[in-house]
Write a protein that binds this ligand. Structure first.
Ligand SMILES: [Ca+2]
Ligand SMILES: [Ca+2]
Length: 139
């Protein structure tokens, strides 16, 4: 089976500054060659996970870290529109993690695929002790 390598240069303006990271997301090529792009729009923290201080979150796409770790508190919104779109042949699993000194907490996990193409801006909710929303668009 032929494997396509998508190289995406991600540049994010986060609360803590600017990050530029190169990420590679392999995916299986579709026979019809169709694909789509995922644009992450933003993260809303409704209630944070940590009891003290701020949450420190970062985002994975198929296990690849695509953002810096940034601080966020209850009520904050983090803009992700400066993140480069992720090309997908089929879909990608997005995870939002919260960094801790022992093991990190998974705040949100969502498989997003090309069936959302053209559906406009959408959001999904995290399932954890905290409450987070991820806004995104597939085109
Ligand atoms: Ca935590
Ligand atoms: Ca923490």
């Amino acid at each position: 089976m032929k494997i396509i390598i998508s190289i995406v240069v991600a540049s994010v303006f986060f609360l803590g500054g600017i990050s530029k990271e190169k990420i590679i997301i392999p995916d299986n090529e579709r026979i019809d060659g169709s694909g789509c792009y995922l644009q992450l729009i933003g993260v809303q923290c409704i209630s944070q996970e940590d009891f003290t201080g701020t949450d420190q979150i970062y985002i994975h796409a198929d296990g690849v870290k695509i953002t810096n770790t940034a601080r966020i508190s209850s009520g904050d919104y983090m803009d992700l529109t400066n993140l480069e779109p992720i090309y997908m042949n089929s879909g990608v699993t997005i995870k939002i993690w919260e960094e801790d000194w022992d093991s990190d907490d998974l705040l949100l996990k969502k498989y997003i695929d090309c069936s959302y193409k053209g559906a406009g801006e959408k959001y999904c909710n995290g399932a954890s002790d905290a409450s987070y929303k991820l806004y995104y668009k597939v085109y």
